[in-house]
Design a protein around this ligand. Structure first.
Ligand code: HEC
Ligand code: HEC
Length: 215
């Protein structure tokens, strides 16, 4: 693992760069009507997520959260930190979106079929359940999310994506921008996570909540 990981990450970054140029060619030239439907190039058919380029599942995502994140990327509030490799790839994908195209995208994504993500990581589910008690106050007992608290649903999301996000919050690569109020709230919460093992355990527990969605 320690040997293959960096290479695997490098490989994904190369793929991501290739996908970005592909999506870039689908984006409109200045003055043309913006074609905003290049998202599935990275996020996969039906927006089910694509681990090869580290793009998470979008299908089933609440529109209030989707809108906030697209606005944050567009404004450079998210995806601008040099340590946020995947965020840096997504940021230019949102940079050219108008308010109108964001609304169009929300409508479009709202019609996608929702397939809960397949687990790829393992951890100590019981230890994760204990850690998750803190998380539940915002994300909900079933990880269903809370619009009032700005906390997205976690159940059903790709586990590899959640691991990266927790690592990024912990490292200050996400949630450190002074205007990222919600991101900062989440960032302080990662204080309950001691490191990589805790991250895997809590995500393994979230996977068990995803499994309940499928039952
Ligand atoms: C070049 C590949 C690529 C394209 C094209 C792309 N994305 Fe992304 N997207 C990513 C990656 C990689 C991430 C993970 C970024 C991170 O870790 O912050 C991401 C993250 C996101 C997120 C954050 C999800 C969350 O749970 O917080 C949203 C929302 C999103 N993308 C929407 C879109 C939409 C809408 C489009 C089309 C307009 C699009 N993306 C096009 C690669 C892409
Ligand atoms: C105080 C409320 C609060 C608590 C407690 C909390 N979170 Fe969050 N979390 C948030 C908010 C708000 C966001 C959205 C941040 C943003 O807008 O960028 C978030 C985002 C996330 C994300 C990124 C999801 C995505 O789609 O990009 C993950 C993963 C996450 N939280 C996991 C956890 C875990 C695990 C815990 C417990 C250790 C936890 N959260 C505790 C409020 C909270």
């Amino acid at each position: 693992m320690p040997i293959t990981c960096p290479f695997r990450r490098l490989f994904r970054i190369c793929l991501l760069a290739a996908a970005a140029s592909l999506a870039g060619s689908a984006m409109a030239a200045p003055g043309e009507r913006l074609d905003d439907r290049y998202c599935t190039t990275c996020h996969g058919a039906d927006g089910r997520g694509n681990e090869a380029v580290q793009a998470p599942k979008l299908a089933g995502m609440a529109s209030w959260y989707l809108r906030l994140q697209l606005e944050n990327y567009r404004a450079g509030i998210r995806g601008a930190h040099p340590g946020d490799i995947e965020g840096l790839a997504m940021q230019p994908m949102a940079a050219g979106l108008t308010d109108e195209s964001i609304e169009d995208i929300l409508d479009w994504i709202g019609g996608w079929k929702v397939i809960p993500a397949t687990p790829t990581i393992s951890g100590d589910v019981a230890a994760g359940a204990a850690l998750y008690r803190t998380c539940a106050t915002c994300h909900g007992a079933a990880a269903e999310g809370s619009e009032a608290l700005g906390a997205p649903a976690l159940a059903g999301q790709n586990d590899w994506y959640m691991v990266t996000q927790l690592e990024n919050f912990l490292a200050g690569a996400r949630g450190a921008h002074p205007e990222d109020i919600r991101g900062a709230q989440m960032r302080t919460m990662t204080a309950v996570l001691g490191g990589e093992q805790d991250i895997r355990d809590v995500v393994a527990y979230i996977n068990s909540l995803t499994a309940r969605m499928v039952e």
